[in-house]
Write a protein that binds this ligand. Structure first.
Ligand code: F6R
Length: 606
């Protein structure tokens, strides 16, 4: 993970580097640092914790210099201390790095044997020493970097500046994304185009294995084999505006409240609202020729895929194999050529999801992706991109991207059902109509949040919380538990309600709140029985349902009244109270809601 930036500027670059890093803080916020080159000397400033700590230090100890690099870190190797913060330096070079150098131990040993003392616990420091060693041997920077890159294994993006070369920056990409931006007599580098948006919209993306020699007048790109290559220069659509919280206390609150609107935008991309029919783009595969779909994703995006499994199987009679990408990529899954592999990702940069996509590509699958960042690696590597129109999601805990992913998946499942002859035109109209009604139900739920605030007081005292759901709402229980864990740090688990009696019921006593998604669908009676089992053991039940309290037939601690909607769309609607429960609990507990500990928004390491 981590975010990197670099600028070859015409005036001091420290301020711009920090601005760019602010836009990359979603990639990690354990520490930050910048290095600049001024009067033939490399200087750096680093600070533990969030970027504002670095800003405070820079206010007191400004860095000058028109050439510089910067970094915001999500620690992998070495604790998140100032000493381990990037940039890493020797007297001759300074380096920032995103990713992992897998053979760093072996390289550290080799460097130590030459008598050089390594001063950090990071994998990155080896890069600075290896390049310096090459320069000391008399090689020029380009050759020094080339020799060094050949010794590095793993996935990384690097930016390097040199003491003796004011008009030079070398960048390298192997696995981790890198965008180069063109300015007027200035050049920029960043982990993504969003970081560079305030400075330029003219962007080139380095491809895997590329390394680039940048000067203020342009760049020369070489591929892994050392051949000179051209990469397309394109106009980035990343917005230069810094997204703000509006009237909300946190980005997460803002993003929860944006859902009626962004789900509506997303649906409008796939639905003809006037005729209550689907209007999907042309798909480069035919649902009738498929025997199954494979879906892979991570975290919340994986839960969206799990909901889609229920939809595809029920409405299109199309079997779905789904797995978290970190497992899928190593399982050596046999895949019939010509099949459909579907990837879901908000960032479009998740390393495991991308690796799984590449595995499926090698197995001759059609590659479709549902992504929120259209310029991302996953989007660029797909045969077809089905975008979510959620807008930038800044809160680390995913909310609006999830419901937008569900919206796209729902449309795709209806399309599959129609194509395979399991849904009639009338069914299509009914299901599309139900989707069109979702934003209205979401708005209704978001109108009064007082119940969630009250509930947060009880939940904040719990050590463990269970979440239950059945059928298509089982993944929503998993998602509810993940949200609570991530931002309140309370241990929570999601279970299929029917699975409770096979073990987890042993956990239940008066101290364990149990959140149950219990819509009045075909499985309502079954869920009710599970609810009663919990009640009989003293569990504190919080039930989300469109059924009246009398219909529940047992004592519950709290009821969150839900709108009565078509069971097809319940996952989109039930996601909202799950998010609000977690949000209010975290706010009451005073955690860092938008940037919870140990997490990062975009997980570009495996
Ligand atoms: C949870 C969350 C993560 C992400 C996961 C995948 O709130 O945000 O679990 O869903 O890291 O990220 P993307 O969707 O960017 O591939």
């Amino acid at each position: 993970m981590c975010g990197i930036v670099g600028i070859l500027g015409r005036e001091p670059v420290a301020g711009k580097l920090v601005d760019a890093l602010k836009r990359l803080e979603y990639r990690g916020y354990d520490s930050a640092g910048i290095a600049t080159l001024e009067a033939g000397k490399l200087t750096r400033l680093r600070a533990e914790g969030k970027l504002r700590n670095l800003e405070d230090r820079l206010a007191k100890e400004p860095l000058r210099g028109n050439t510089g690099i910067g970094h915001t870190r999500w620690a992998t190797h070495g604790a998140p201390t100032e000493n381990n913060a990037h940039p890493h330096m020797t007297g001759r070079v300074s380096v920032v790095h995103n990713g992992i150098i897998e053979n760093f131990q072996e390289l550290r040993t080799a460097i130590a044997e030459t008598g050089t003392v390594l001063t950090t616990d990071t994998d990155t420091e080896v890069v600075a020493h290896l390049i310096t060693h090459e320069l000391d041997e008399g090689h020029d920077p380009v050759v020094a970097v080339l020799h060094t890159l050949k010794r590095l294994e793993g996935a990384f993006a690097l930016a390097i500046i040199f003491r003796d070369h004011e008009d030079l920056m070398i960048a390298a990409r192997q696995g981790s994304p890198l965008a180069v931006g063109f300015g007027d007599g200035e050049m920029y580098l960043g982990s993504d185009a969003i970081a560079l948006a305030p400075f330029t919209d003219t962007i080139t993306y380095l491809q895997d294995g590329d390394w680039a020699v940048m000067t203020r007048n342009g760049l020369a790109i070489r591929d892994r084999e050392g051949n000179a290559v051209e990469r397309p220069v394109q106009k980035s659509v990343a917005s230069a505006l810094m997204v703000d919280k509006g009237n909300h206390r946190h980005f997460m609150a803002k993003e929860i409240h944006e859902q009626p609107e962004v789900v509506s935008h997303t649906l409008a991309h796939y639905i003809d609202f006037t005729n209550t029919r689907l209007q999907l783009p042309d798909l480069p595969f035919d649902f009738t020729n498929l025997n199954r779909i494979v879906i892979s994703a991570c975290g919340t995006a994986y839960y969206a895929g799990l909901v889609a499994k229920y939809w595809f199987e029920r409405y299109a009679r199309l079997p779905v194999d789904i797995d978290v990408a970190s497992e899928f990529r190593y399982r050596e899954v046999p895949l019939e050529p010509g099949g459909l592999a579907l990837f879901i990702s908000q960032s479009g940069e998740t390393a495991d999801t991308l690796a799984t996509l590449r595995y499926c590509r090698e197995q001759d699958q059609h590659i479709a992706s549902i992504v929120n960042v259209r310029e991302s690696s996953i989007a660029r590597d797909s045969d077809i991109v089905l975008p979510t129109l959620a807008g930038p999601e800044i809160g680390v805990a995913s909310t609006k991207a999830f419901t937008c992913q569900l919206a796209v998946l729902a449309c795709l499942a209806i399309a599959a059902g129609r194509a395979r002859g399991h849904l009639s035109e009338q069914d299509e109209t009914e299901l599309v109509g139900a989707l069109i009604g979702v934003p209205r139900h979401m708005s209704a739920l978001l109108r009064d949040e007082s119940g969630f605030e009250a509930l947060s007081h009880t939940l904040s005292k719990a050590h463990d919380v269970l979440y239950l759901g059945r059928g298509v709402n089982f993944p929503i229980a998993l998602e509810g538990a993940l949200k609570l864990k991530e931002i309140s740090y309370i241990h929570a688990e999601g279970y299929a309600a029917g699975e409770l009696k096979h073990g987890p019921i042993a956990l239940i006593d008066e101290s364990v709140p149990v959140v149950v998604a219990a819509p009045k669908d075909a499985l309502f009676e079954k869920t009710l029985s599970n609810l009663q089992e919990v009640a009989a053991r003293g569990g504190q039940i919080i039930v989300l349902s469109d059924a009246g309290e009398a219909e529940l037939g047992c004592e519950v601690m709290a009821t969150i009244p839900m709108p009565h909607a078509h069971d097809f769309v319940n996952p989109l609607i039930y996601a909202i109270p799950m998010q609000l429960i977690a949000y209010y609990t975290a706010v009451f507990m005073g955690t860092d809601v938008d940037q919870p500990r140990n997490l990062a928004k975009s997980v570009t390491v495996e």
